[in-house]
Design a protein around this ligand. Structure first.
Ligand SMILES: *Cc1c(COP(=O)(O)O)cnc(C)c1O
Length: 415
């Protein structure tokens, strides 16, 4: 057979797909967990070593107090797991939350060898503690870590570690007396090898924290978006916008700060000379509009050119809308431009818009400014649109146990 010829511009993406396929956990091979050798220890949650903090040392603040300072308030414990290229993953440790020790020459501090995840744990109205589709975050973290040449692992083991942290810190920090509240989980992997020079780190650290995070899903008057400066992009075809790597975020702050100074919440990132709408800050962006023919559509940017992040919230919105709103609207994942949005606005066809992501949850958007044009977006129910409100309620019901659904993963707690 003639080997299939691949276009040259696919090489990088193909290399990553090969690396992911090599991961034993995903391909049912032997479980070495690194994809490059057989004697390396895999990430193994069952080896967890637990060192407990004094439970009386830190009282749990209320949400408002916890979110009012300049430091993220974390729970009693964190999990750390170190890795090096000759032995693999060490035994995971659950220990009191505190500083990490790094040499000034650590890879992450110079070459942005870092990736992260963000997911929430929810205290349900039925008293149970849940995670929302954590398997998707763990798989995405594997993709991100391989994209920047940090070590691989079995995503199921990462999920077990996240669950263990919540099973221990959940009862105290997300008490049953606070139904409807959440904590934010932040797994991250960094390259720690203390050697300068652009190279693949031979040492790495995986860590997981759990913390308070302010609610950002209903800003007064809705989220206001400003399109990015004409001479700036967040991500590009062939880049790494689809991976949750730290390198995507620092450089975006310049534009975000300028937008904030002008009273806007986030940047709506456009791409290319066509001005394709991609993401709103670090969340996915959805628009409900009527087509010129009068059809109602829920539209969002596609994943296939790897420009945008494959959000768990985005996926869930798409899936729920297809399942539950099929009679009312069509769900469309395609490229669309800011000019199409402006045209629709002129013709009165914009129905509503929202940002979707773990941090912002489902956040109504009320305005988009593009250069000197303002697109005002209706919010039919005053502070939220009708479809936005429906989708948000369905998601919240799953997260907080008002609807039993496979996406809500219950954590057994250690009382
Ligand atoms: C994390 C993130 C999102 C949202 O993803 P979720 O899985 O829904 O939290 C969207 N866009 C960017 C750029 C992100 O970093």
């Amino acid at each position: 057979m003639i080997p299939q010829k691949r276009p040259a511009e696919d090489l990088a993406a193909t290399a990553l797909e090969h690396k992911i396929a090599e991961q034993p956990a995903l391909s049912n091979g032997s479980a070495n967990g690194t994809g490059n050798g057989s004697s390396l220890a895999p990430l193994d949650a069952s080896k967890l070593i637990i060192t407990r903090a004094d439970p009386a040392a830190r009282p749990v603040p209320d949400e408002a107090t916890a979110c009012s300072g300049n430091e993220t308030v974390c729970t009693d414990h964190m999990i750390t797991v170190s890795w090096n290229s000759s032995t693999g993953w060490s035994a995971p440790e659950l220990k009191p939350y505190g500083p990490l020790t790094l040499m000034p020459t650590a890879s992450v501090l110079h070459y942005a060898t870092e990736c992260f995840e963000g997911l929430k744990a929810f205290r349900g109205f039925d008293g149970k503690l849940r995670l929302f589709r954590p398997d998707l975050n763990c798989k995405r973290m594997l993709m991100s870590t391989l994209r920047i040449s940090l070590p691989g692992f079995d995503p199921a083991e990462l999920e077990k570690l996240i669950i263990m942290l919540m099973s221990i810190d959940g009862p105290k920090w997300l008490p049953a007396s606070r139904p409807g509240s959440f904590l934010y989980l932040r797994p991250a992997i960094i390259g720690t090898q203390p050697q300068l020079g652009v190279q693949t780190p031979k040492e790495a650290l995986l860590f997981i924290t759990a913390s308070f995070m302010p609610r950002m899903d209903s800003p007064k008057g809705g989220m206001k978006l400003h399109t990015n400066p004409e001479d700036m992009v967040r991500a590009w075809v062939g880049g790494f916008g689809y991976a949750k790597v730290g390198a995507n975020y620092g450089p975006s702050l310049l534009a975000t700060n300028e937008a904030k100074e002008r009273g806007f919440t986030q940047i709506l990132w456009l791409y290319g000379k066509e001005g394709y709408c991609t993401e709103a800050g670090a969340s996915n962006f959805f628009l409900v509009w009527k087509t010129p023919e009068g059809k109602t559509q829920l539209i969002t940017a596609p994943l296939d050119d790897k420009l945008i992040l494959d959000g768990v919230t985005r996926r869930s919105v798409v899936q729920l809308a297809k399942e539950r709103l099929a009679d009312e609207l069509e769900v469309v994942e395609r490229k669309y431009t800011i000019d199409e949005v402006i045209q629709a606005h002129k013709e009165g066809r914009i129905v509503e818009a929202f940002a979707a992501g773990t941090a912002f949850f489902i956040c109504p958007v009320s305005q988009i400014r593009h250069r000197d044009v303002d697109v005002h977006i209706p919010m039919a129910q005053g502070d939220v649109g009708e479809y936005t409100a429906k989708i948000k309620q369905w998601m919240a019901n799953i997260m907080y146990g008002k609807e039993q659904h496979p996406w809500g993963v219950v954590v057994e707690e250690q009382q």
